[in-house]
Design a binder for this molecule. Structure first.
Ligand SMILES: [Zn+2]
Length: 250
């Protein structure tokens, strides 16, 4: 990979922002937070405090959530990690609200960012998010340097190798097939390439994932590599998801 530190700085008006977000509230989020803190990179942890998809022993305890909240933004992710479109509108709204209230009781500050579990949502859920006081909601859409609509915010890279990214990898590799293959198979390579484009054009480099997934796939070294690469840049802003308001347009 070429050393992007030599890339010409973006024009004066093109802000370069790095943000990260981490879903679910697994106990390994504390390990992930340690890596972010070490690199001075901001992040938002979207936590379902009673996540039924995690064994109780694998969930972050209230004390661990409070500790995380002292350094990082805590965001809502429903109370029990429900797939919203499978619930009645009433139950979906209640899940979203209860998760927010429980987190606020733990961290003692307002929770204003939300993430739709599994990225599944409908128009009614956007409306609920707005009504109960979320100003930002993240989806699981990838491959963009601009977040888009505040309550349907997209991301850049997921810390997981999606094989369906072939055509995008080919475009990012400027049609060089071997390079494209590397980008398609290794999410850390893909992330570095997106960051390079972000430095050139400006935008928001948003990497997200799950600590349990990084652990299961033995990908901690990939995450460290990306954080090492994007951290401590003089012209880059490191912001939590809640601070992305106003950064919706290219
Ligand atoms: Zn989730």
């Amino acid at each position: 990979m070429a050393d992007t530190r030599r890339t010409a700085p973006p024009s004066r008006h093109a802000r370069v922002v790095v943000t990260t977000s981490w879903d679910d509230g697994h106990r390994l989020d504390s390990r992930l937070a340690g890596l972010l803190a070490k690199h001075g990179v901001a992040g938002t942890f979207y936590i379902a405090p009673r996540n039924v998809e995690l064994a109780p022993a694998d969930r972050l305890s209230p004390a661990a959530i409070r500790e995380l909240g002292e350094r990082f933004e805590i965001g809502g992710h429903t109370l029990t990690h429900q797939r919203l479109p499978r619930l009645s509108d009433r139950a979906a709204g209640a899940e979203m609200r209860a998760g927010k209230e429980e987190l606020e009781a733990i961290v003692g500050v307002q929770v204003t960012s939300f993430c739709y579990p599994r990225g599944e949502y409908a128009a009614a859920h956007i409306e609920f998010a707005r009504k109960i006081g979320f100003t930002r909601a993240r989806t699981v859409r990838r491959n963009s340097l601009f977040p888009g609509a505040p309550l349907e915010m997209g991301t850049t890279v997921h810390t997981y190798a999606h094989r369906v990214d072939g055509p995008i990898a080919l475009r990012l590799a400027r049609l060089r097939p071997r390079r494209a293959l590397k980008l398609a198979l290794q999410w850390d390579e893909l992330a570095l390439r997106w960051f390079e484009l972000c430095l050139e054009q400006g935008g928001v480099f948003h990497i997200w994932g799950h600590s349990w997934e990084i652990d299961a796939r033995h990908d901690w070294h990939r995450l460290e590599r990306v954080l090492d690469h994007v951290a401590h840049r003089p012209d880059v802003e490191y912001l939590p998801n809640r601070a992305l308001l106003g950064l919706t347009e290219p």
